[in-house]
Ligand binder design. Structure first.
Ligand SMILES: [Zn+2]
Length: 211
């Protein structure tokens, strides 16, 4: 089978990380992200990692060419030779363009803003045991109280409607040029992400096998 190099993107609420991990597991390739690549470079103390650390310690976002070099390095490591699923919640066009010489297929998880917002704003976290609940899809028996441990639930500030709307508009802004470029290049595969991750992965795996 051909080497599978996939870049997976999806809006907040699309469970992009989980889909990436399951898809990579099924394909027998590694799953990694921009954040993973940056963190592992910093941990390894490589020259790139030290440069990244200088920006992070100064509270600045590292320059995109440095991030791109870090991602290229990560995806050039021996465990990625057989393929990879590189996922990103906030795709960065210059970073993806830097991967074009390697070649990849872009996979988009399609989820409307209204559904993403419904998923995100309904999330509640148990402050005792950390269990994740959802007011519609996995509610507790008593409103605001964890079924497992009886602790109170938290509605995180990141999941408030205004914060969610801000995240979603940032995703649309960043992903628009990415989608346009790879749609035009014929290397975009879009999949309906309103379903559970295992169903998404089953469909994707089938479509990739036929492509
Ligand atoms: Zn609990």
């Amino acid at each position: 089978m051909a080497v599978r190099r996939l870049v997976l993107i999806g809006p907040p609420g699309a469970e992009t990380a989980e889909v990436a991990d399951r898809l990579a597991g099924g394909l027998g390739v590694i799953s990694t992200s921009m954040l993973d690549a940056v963190q592992s470079a910093v941990r390894a103390g490589s020259q790139l990692g030290d440069e990244l650390r200088r920006f992070m310690n100064a509270g600045q976002a590292p320059p995109l060419d440095l991030v791109a070099a870090t991602v290229q390095r990560r995806l050039g490591e021996p465990d990625a030779v057989g393929g990879f699923v590189f996922w990103s919640g906030f795709p960065v066009l210059p970073v993806l363009r830097s991967l074009e010489p390697v070649g990849f297929q872009l996979v988009e998880l399609v989820l409307a803003d209204a559904e993403a917002a419904r998923r995100l704003t309904g999330r509640r976290l148990c402050r005792g045991c950390g269990t994740r609940w959802h007011v519609e899809s996995s509610p507790t028996r008593v409103d605001g109280v964890c079924d497992r441990c009886g602790s109170g639930l938290v509605h995180r500030a990141d999941d408030f409607p205004a914060a969610v709307a801000h995240q979603l508009s940032a995703y649309r802004r960043q992903s628009a040029p990415v989608l346009a470029r790879y749609r035009l290049a014929g290397s975009l595969l879009s999949v309906d992400a309103t379903r559970p991750p295992d169903e998404i992965v089953t469909e994707l795996t089938g479509r990739l096998a036929r492509s």
